[in-house]
Design a protein around this ligand. Structure first.
Ligand SMILES: CCCCCCCC/C=C\CCCCCCCC(=O)SCCNC(=O)CCNC(=O)[C@H](O)C(C)(C)COP(=O)(O)OP(=O)(O)OC[C@H]1O[C@@H](n2cnc3c(N)ncnc32)[C@H](O)[C@@H]1OP(=O)(O)O
Length: 170
């Protein structure tokens, strides 16, 4: 991967919230209308992620024709949305509400429509209110040792959700 995103080398370890759902359980939807994971989002991506070891969240998704950008390949903005969501869902391990401040995407390979993607988001560590996370997208049919088709990083900032969404929550 050729990303220029810099992960600080002095990150504090992120700790799992003991109250978070167990490893192996589904990440609960945070908002039923969320475009990434909400079951009620009519044209949403409907990601269903599961908590994994080492502060990971994993999901699979078939690249549908409605996700097309260039001829026969996924739109880059869809990859960005998937990455934002998967890192956000991994952050749920921490029991905080954190919004995206920075999203960095490395589009390493074209991703054909019809591919089944395996998406793995992971919390890397914290720095004060910042949560650093990473994500990779694999061709699920390519086996466990395949290189990722795309990878990303994010900086998420922990907020008080009541104050942050006070003006916009329906
Ligand atoms: C879809 C929404 C879901 C919401 C999630 C809630 C539920 C969670 C549960 C389940 C997860 C589900 C998964 C969801 C995944 C998708 C998440 C999204 O897409 S969120 C929408 C897009 N993002 C925004 O709309 C933020 C808009 N921006 C802001 O509101 C502010 O800029 C904010 C909160 C990010 C920071 O503002 P300040 O005033 O509170 O804090 P300051 O002091 O500026 O920054 C704190 C630290 O962060 C750094 N920081 C802030 N912005 C930065 C930047 N652009 N680059 C680098 N560092 C930055 C600062 O330098 C500071 O770091 P130092 O501790 O001093 O080192």
């Amino acid at each position: 991967m050729k990303t220029t995103f810099v992960v600080p080398d002095d990150l504090e370890p992120a700790r799992r919230d003991p109250a978070a759902p167990a490893i192996g359980e589904a990440v609960p939807p945070h908002n039923p209308r969320c475009h990434g994971c909400g079951p009620d989002a009519e044209n949403g991506l409907h990601l269903r992620a599961v908590f994994g070891e080492n502060l990971t969240a994993t999901a699979t998704l078939v690249v549908e024709p409605r996700f097309e950008g260039g001829p026969g390949v996924i739109h880059g903005g869809i990859v960005s949305t998937l990455f934002d969501e998967m890192m956000g869902l991994a952050n749920v391990h921490l029991g905080v509400v954190a919004v995206t401040a920075v999203l960095d995407v490395d589009y390493a390979r074209p991703i054909p429509v019809g591919t089944t993607l395996r998406l793995v988001g992971r919390v890397l560590g914290r720095q004060r209110r910042k949560v650093y996370s990473a994500v990779e997208a694999f061709d699920d049919a390519a086996g466990p040792d395949a290189e990722p088709l795309a990878a990303g990083h994010g900086i998420f900032v922990v907020v008080d959700p009541r104050a942050h969404f006070a003006a916009t929550r329906p």
